[in-house]
Design a protein around this ligand. Structure first.
Ligand SMILES: [Zn+2]
Length: 91
């Protein structure tokens, strides 16, 4: 009887130790770190919505629409935007 108890105890211990050996959930290394966004985006728009010039280039004019700053290459583009902002603002 005793040997049987010892055996079960031994088995349970060995099972537990076995369970401990199971690989732990490793945290995935974020080797691909977040894209290097070193450039600070000043404008809400990536490009001039009127003429599709990139706003990171020299912007001549800006306007604020719905608490967002939009950059434009010229006052003409800004005026065009102001005429109908909803048309150009991408939701
Ligand atoms: Zn423009």
């Amino acid at each position: 009887m005793k040997s049987k108890i010892i055996l079960t105890a031994f088995l349970s211990i060995s099972l537990m130790s076995c369970a401990q050996e199971t690989p732990k959930v490793k945290h995935k290394k974020s080797s691909i770190s977040s894209k290097s966004n070193t450039k600070k985006v000043k404008f809400a728009n990536a490009e001039d919505p009127i003429c599709h010039m990139k706003t990171e280039d020299d912007m001549k004019d800006t306007t604020v629409y719905k608490n967002k700053t939009y950059g434009f290459c010229s006052s003409y583009c800004k005026d065009e935007f102001k005429k109908n902002p909803e048309k150009y603002v991408q939701k």
